[in-house]
Design a protein around this ligand. Structure first.
Ligand code: KMH
Ligand code: ZN
Length: 275
């Protein structure tokens, strides 16, 4: 059954430099302002990467805890911390993200070439992340960069059981150089593979760079949900830099309304995700 649309904003990421993308929210104040405005527009989940005082990506535990508390205080958004971090982050620091006790955390389902880098996600690491989230009551969003990652998820759930809350939600991250392409055909193939996962599994999708719009439109028509934000896209249209995360959320909300699948409220999103 097609429902409303879960809209996730991924405002910062770990890849863009503030010097090159001045609109990127990197301080806590900038993040909170972005979160509040995106919530008012229709976002229900925020996927969070944080930066240090020099705007470099960090997984500093104190800063992560402070960020979770501040987002909860300022908004009703579902707070999803990235355990992906930056490609240079060690596994121990990525696991320690869970100590900040977010509502959700990302769990990438395998290794992928990531431009000129490698985003390493060894099987034992993925199992560790999944089981620690089960123990701590953190709901995962399984990040799928390639179709084989869905097979790895089937194996993970078969061997180690369902996530906390019992609902499985995945996010197709499409168009990363080295991962699956951000095309309608690939999104349909990925959505078909969900038949091998527990009944009721839901998906969001995001297309990196210029695959943003094809992926957004394909996901809406296939019954999927949307992730948008400056983590994934810094160009709004050819030759036009993104002005703010709000601009991307507003565009996603507009398309969702046109598709007669309006944004889910934060309460509806909590129900959907088993929070
Ligand atoms: N920054 C990428 C290396 C996640 O947040 O879990 C990984 C990433 C996925 O963004
Ligand atoms: Zn991320």
């Amino acid at each position: 059954m097609t429902t409303g649309t879960l809209i996730t904003v991924a405002p910062t990421g770990a890849e863009s430099a503030k010097a090159e993308v001045p609109a990127l929210p990197v301080t806590l104040d900038e993040l909170l302002l972005t979160a509040k405005e995106c919530e008012a527009l229709g976002a229900a989940v925020i996927h969070v990467h944080i930066r240090d005082d020099e705007a470099r990506p960090t997984l500093d535990p104190g800063r992560l805890r402070e960020t979770v508390a501040a987002l909860r205080e300022a908004t009703d958004l579902i707070v999803q911390l990235s355990t992906g971090g930056a490609v240079t982050d060690p596994e121990a620091a990525r696991l320690a993200v869970l100590d900040a006790a977010p509502d959700m955390a990302s769990c990438t389902m395998g290794t992928v070439n990531f431009g000129d880098d490698v985003f390493l996600n060894r099987w034992e690491f993925v199992v560790d992340l999944h089981t620690r989230m089960q123990e701590r009551g953190v709901v995962p969003e399984y990040e799928i960069f390639d179709l084989g990652h869905l097979t790895a998820l089937q194996r993970l759930l078969g061997k180690h059981g369902l996530p906390h809350g019992g609902h499985v939600h995945v996010d197709f991250v499409m168009g990363v150089p080295g991962g699956m392409p951000g095309t309608t055909a690939t999104l349909v193939a990925a959505a078909q593979m969900l038949r091998d996962l527990p009944e009721g599994t839901t998906f969001s999708a995001t297309g990196i760079g210029r695959s943003t719009l094809p992926v957004l439109l394909a996901s809406l028509s296939a019954g999927g949900h949307l992730r948008v934000g400056m983590e994934d896209t810094v160009t709004y249209a050819k030759g036009r830099p993104v002005e703010s995360n709000m601009q991307l959320v507003a565009r996603a909300v507009g398309f969702a309304q046109l598709a007669q699948r309006p944004p889910l409220t934060t309460a509806e999103a909590r129900d959907l995700l088993g929070l």
